[in-house]
Design a binder for this molecule. Sequence first.
Ligand code: HEM
Length: 396
Amino acid sequence: MTTTQRGPSLTDPAVADPGGWSAWLGPPVLGTTLDGSPAWYVTRAQDVRFVLSDARLRTSPVGDRSVRDAVLAQLGVSEEVARPLTDSILDAGGVEHTRLRKLVSRAFTVRRVTDVLPHVQRIVDGLLDGLGTRAELVEARAYPLPSAVICELVGVPAADQAVWLRWGESVMTMTDLSATFTEMTESVHALIAARRRDPAGDLVTALVQARDEGDRLSDAEMSSLIATLLIGGHETTTHLITNSVLAVLGHPEQLARLRRDPTGWPAAVHELMRLFSPVHVIRVRYAVEDVEVGGVTIPAGAVVQPVLAAANRDAADRPDPERFDVARQAGRRGEGHVGFGYGIHRCLGAALAREEAAVTLSSLFGRFPELRLDGDPVRTARPGMARVARLPVRTH
Ligand code: HEM
């Protein structure tokens, strides 16, 4: 099978439109993934949940065929440069993943997330204080917030926060990756060394201590973990916030409901994540053996591409899935979507991301009741991601 393969492709410009994904709902179908090689697209909610929880489908390659390495090679990034950061918790499976996740969860506690929440409100308030009558929301407000929060949580010194913003952008836009990976690795190693010498109350210290007490996390594991948190926790949350602002402004009747009852924001964030999450597709899975998914046999060694954006629009999971209803999840248990993944790799930072989005959105719309668009937003296309690059608004 070659690039002449028909079927869905992540490089198809149509995938930039999240609404378009629902048309792909159906049994697994063979298409092409980012490096042009064949991949089975899995779209239905039940099939996605199955794929993400069956041990026969794993995140690390079967044999030496790694889609990610192929994509990185196409972008001129050598394995040696990428490996220290890309070999992360997401690549681990089975007992190795359980061990890593347990250690990280011990450091990344509910308490630590709760402790950072007052900072979230403080950072949001500070950012909104400076918002003029006309503003560009991405650069000015949405972008620095999650980075500041995650840097605070992890323990990145304030002076280094700007450079993490730049690295995050580089990773997301896949530009200058070689230099970025090298600089990030050096910075994370320096941070670990500093906290080992001089412990603080942050996550890096907690990871260092978890390792030193139980001798369980290697420096390499810590580096990739810290980089995963800093990058994974920044861009995604930024774009959830900006996608959400755009979505809510485009649905005045839903905004009116939230204005009448601002306590509805946390439930609204579930619905915003379901329909407007920036993450349309996640890391491919590799079939260790033949696996039947939704009535189709995926052969051993094949690549599977789970499509969260489609699964979240599956009518088998909820009625009228394309309807945006901020109260859909109100009073219900759970999130009601797979936007944060499912199974063993389900997002570690989901609670933090939800909280950041709820605090930011309720503060923004609460303080600026007349908030409206001031020109057309600019979207940037990256396969599998929905991002707004510029979001001009008027606040008064
Ligand atoms: C709106 C914001 C976010 C979205 C949409 C998001 C989405 C996801 C998804 C879909 C996965 C599963 C990937 C897979 O199975 O291939 C994931 C995993 C992960 N996320 Fe997030 N994430 C967000 C924010 C965060 C934050 C704030 C953090 C950290 C502070 C974080 C850390 C992680 C980590 C460490 C994993 C890997 C977990 C594992 O392999 O066990 N994420 N995220």
